[in-house]
Design a protein around this ligand. Structure first.
Ligand code: PEP
Length: 246
C-alpha cells in the first residue's frame, strides 16, 4: 500500500507574512506525506515554521552541485536548508525556459545526488491529446528519465502526471482520464522494474480542488496530487490533504 503524497506548488506566489499565516492554519494528516513547495527564497522560513509532518522542497533545481552558474540553486544547498523534495520538468518551465526531456532527466539525477526526492512532471498539451498522442508524449518524457535513475532508488521518486490543458485552467482531467494515464505510467515503470512500479507514487496535477480531490484520489493508480492554485489557502489545501486519507 503506497502512502498518499500531496504537494503544494506555490509557483511565484506568496509572501513571508502569507507563509506564516498559511503554516499556522494548515492541518496535515499522519496518513499523508504533505509537501510545501514555496518560491525557493522562502524555503528556510518554511522549514523553520513547518508543522510536524510537513516536508518542504523547491519547484526547480540546477544541475550542478556548485560552480559558476549565476542564479542557479544546487540540490545540495536545498538539502542543507532542510528541503527534501525538488520538482523537475514542470510544464511551465518546459514552456517558459524551453526545458527539454534530457535537461529534466539531468535535474532528476541532480536531485538524487543532492539527497532530494525528485517529483518528475510529465503531461501532454491539449493539441497533443486532441491528436491522440498523449501516451506517446508521456512515454517519451518518462523514457528520457527512467533509464537515468539508479534502480535502487527509483521507488522513492514521484511522478506527477499534469496534463498541460488542466493546469491553472479550472479544467480537470476526469478521474477516468487521469486513472488511464496513471495506469499507463505505472506500466512503463513496471517494464523497467516491477517492484519499483508498485512503490513509486504517481500524483495527479491539474486544477485539483477540495471538490474534486476525493474522486481523483480514489482511483487505484492516483497516489495523491500536485496542487497549484488551490494550495495557496490553508483551508483548501488542508481539505485536499484530508481527501487523500484512505
Ligand atoms: C501545478 O501548479 O502544478 C498545478 C497543477 O496547478 P493548478 O492546480 O492550479 O492547476
Amino acid at each position: 500500500m503506497r502512502k498518499a503524497l500531496v504537494a503544494a506548488n506555490w509557483k511565484m506566489h506568496g509572501s513571508l507574512a502569507g507563509l506564516q499565516t498559511f503554516l499556522a492554519d494548515l492541518q496535515v494528516q499522519d496518513a499523508v506525506d504533505s509537501v510545501l513547495l514555496p518560491p525557493a527564497v522562502y524555503l528556510s522560513a518554511a522549514v523553520a515554521l513547518a508543522p510536524d509532518g510537513l516536508a518542504c522542497g523547491v519547484q526547480d533545481i540546477g544541475t550542478a552541485a556548485s560552480g559558476a552558474h549565476t542564479g542557479e540553486i544546487a540540490a545540495e544547498m536545498v538539502r542543507e536548508l532542510g528541503g527534501t523534495w525538488a520538482v523537475v520538468g514542470h510544464s511551465e518551465r518546459r514552456l517558459d525556459q524551453q526545458e527539454q526531456d534530457d535537461l529534466v532527466a539531468t535535474k532528476a539525477v541532480a536531485a538524487l545526488r543532492g539527497g532530494l526526492a525528485p517529483m518528475i512532471c510529465v503531461g501532454e498539451t491539449l493539441a497533443e491529446r486532441q491528436a491522440g498522442h498523449e501516451q506517446a508524449v508521456v512515454a517519451r518524457q518518462l523514457d528520457a528519465v527512467i533509464d537515468r535513475i539508479d534502480r535502487a532508488v527509483i521507488g522513492g521518486v514521484a511522478i506527477a502526471y499534469e496534463p498541460v490543458w488542466a493546469i491553472g485552467t479550472g479544467e480537470t482531467a476526469t478521474p477516468a482520464q487521469a486513472q488511464n494515464m496513471h495506469e499507463f505510467i505505472r506500466s512503463l515503470v513496471a517494464a523497467e522494474d516491477s517492484q519499483a512500479a508498485q512503490q513509486i507514487r504517481i500524483v495527479y496535477g491539474g486544477s485539483v480542488k477540495p471538490g474534486n480531490a476525493t474522486e481523483l484520489f480514489a482511483q487505484p493508480d492516483i497516489d495523491g496530487g500536485l496542487v497549484g492554485g488551490a494550495s495557496l489557502q490553508a483551508d483548501d489545501f488542508s481539505a485536499i490533504i484530508a481527501a487523500a486519507v484512505t
